[in-house]
Design a protein around this ligand. Structure first.
Ligand SMILES: C[S@@+](CC[C@H](N)C(=O)[O-])C[C@H]1O[C@@H](n2cnc3c(N)ncnc32)[C@H](O)[C@@H]1O
Length: 302
C-alpha cells in the first residue's frame, strides 16, 4: 500500500519528500499510476505541478482524491509555469492554503478536508475519445487536442514502408497509423516516455503488428535491432525547457537500431539544428525531403 506519493522531481532544496515516497508521475517509466491509487489512501502527497492548466488541476485533484482526510499535500511549481495560480486553484477546490515563495517557485501546503469540489477538474483532465481527432487523448500528452503540423507533414510524405520498424516518441499513435497502412509492415514498436500517451496509443492503434513500450528512448531499447525503418517527430522539451540534445540522442538511438540500409524518417521544427547530429550518425546519406510551414522533413539511410 502506498502511503506517501510523489509526482515529478521537485528541487530537493525546496521540499522534503518522505524517503519511502512512491513516484506517480506518468513521465517516469515504471512509476505507479496516480489515478489508480485508491481513494483516501495516502498520508501525504508532494507534487511538482505540471505547467498546463487542465493537466495541473487534474493532477492536483487526483492527489487530493487519493489523500486521506487530514493528510498533507505540498504542491509547488515555478512561478511562471503555473506556480502563481496554484493557491487560487487549490482554494477553488475548497481548501485553506498556506503559500510560500522561494527560488522563483510558489510552494503551497494544504490539509485535506472531507468535502472537496474535485469533479470538474477530474472530468476536464481525464482521458477521452476526441471526435475531432478520432483518437483517444488526454490533456498533458503532446499535442493532445490537435494534429501537430510536423506530424501532418511526415504523414503526407511517408511512402509505404516494409519490414520491422519503430516509432520513437509515438505520442497518441498518429505516425503509427500512417505506417501501419502499409500491408508490408510486419512489426512496429511504439515507444514513449509518457504513460498516458502509451495508454491512449494502446486504444488508438489496435493492430496485432503493433507493440507498445513505456520507456525512455535515451536509455536505449535493447529489444530493438536490425530495423528496416524508424519514424519520429522527436521531442525538444524536457521538463518544460527546450533541450536540443534530446533530439540528437533520438537520432543516435535510431541509427543504433537500424540495419545497414535501413531508413530514418524524421520531422522537426526548422529552427532546430539537427543537420550535425544527422551527419554524425548517418554520414552523407541524409536527404532533406521537404521544408514546409516551419518544419523540415529528413530521410537518412544507415
Ligand atoms: C513531438 S512529440 C511527437 C508525438 C507523436 N509522434 C506525434 O507525431 O504526434 C514527441 C513525443 O516524444 C515523447 N518523449 C519525450 N521524451 C522522450 C524520451 N526520452 N523517450 C521516449 N519518448 C519521449 C513525448 O512524450 C512525446 O509524445
Amino acid at each position: 500500500m502506498v502511503a506517501h506519493g510523489l509526482y515529478g522531481l521537485p528541487p530537493r532544496e525546496l521540499v522534503d519528500t518522505a524517503s519511502d515516497a512512491v513516484q506517480v508521475s506518468p513521465l517516469i517509466p515504471g512509476s505507479e499510476a496516480l489515478d489508480m491509487l485508491p481513494d483516501q489512501s495516502l498520508d501525504s502527497f508532494t507534487v511538482l505541478a505540471p505547467p498546463g492548466t487542465v493537466e495541473r488541476r487534474y493532477v492536483l485533484a487526483q492527489g487530493l482524491r487519493a489523500l486521506k482526510v487530514g493528510g498533507t499535500m505540498t504542491a509547488l511549481a515555478p512561478k511562471a509555469k503555473g506556480g502563481s495560480r496554484l493557491a487560487k486553484e487549490l482554494k477553488a477546490f475548497g481548501l485553506d492554503v498556506t503559500e510560500d515563495a522561494r527560488r522563483h517557485h510558489r510552494i503551497c501546503e494544504v490539509v485535506r478536508t472531507p468535502a472537496l469540489d474535485l469533479s470538474d477538474a477530474l472530468t476536464a483532465g481525464a482521458p477521452r475519445l476526441s471526435s475531432e481527432l478520432g483518437l483517444w487523448t488526454q490533456p498533458g500528452v503532446f499535442s493532445w487536442d490537435r494534429i501537430d503540423p510536423g506530424t501532418a507533414l511526415l504523414l503526407r510524405r511517408l511512402t509505404p514502408q516494409s519490414g520491422a520498424g519503430a516509432d520513437f516518441g509515438c505520442g497518441l499513435g498518429l505516425l503509427a497509423h500512417g505506417v501501419l497502412r502499409s500491408p508490408n509492415v510486419g512489426r512496429l514498436t511504439l515507444i514513449d516516455i509518457d504513460r498516458r500517451a502509451i495508454a491512449c496509443a494502446r486504444r488508438n492503434v489496435v493492430d496485432p503488428r503493433a507493440d507498445l513500450v513505456w520507456a525512455d528512448v535515451r536509455l536505449g531499447v535493447p529489444a530493438l535491432s536490425d530495423l528496416d525503418f524508424v519514424v519520429m517527430n522527436p521531442p525538444f522539451h524536457d521538463g518544460g525547457a527546450e533541450d536540443r540534445a534530446l533530439g540528437a540522442t533520438f537520432i543516435a538511438q535510431a541509427a543504433k537500431v537500424l540495419r545497414h540500409g535501413g531508413k530514418l524518417w524524421m520531422v522537426a521544427n526548422r529552427h532546430l539544428p539537427y543537420e550535425r547530429p544527422l551527419a554524425d550518425s548517418f554520414g552523407a546519406k541524409v536527404k532533406l525531403l521537404a521544408e514546409e510551414g516551419g518544419y523540415k522533413l529528413y530521410e537518412a539511410r544507415r
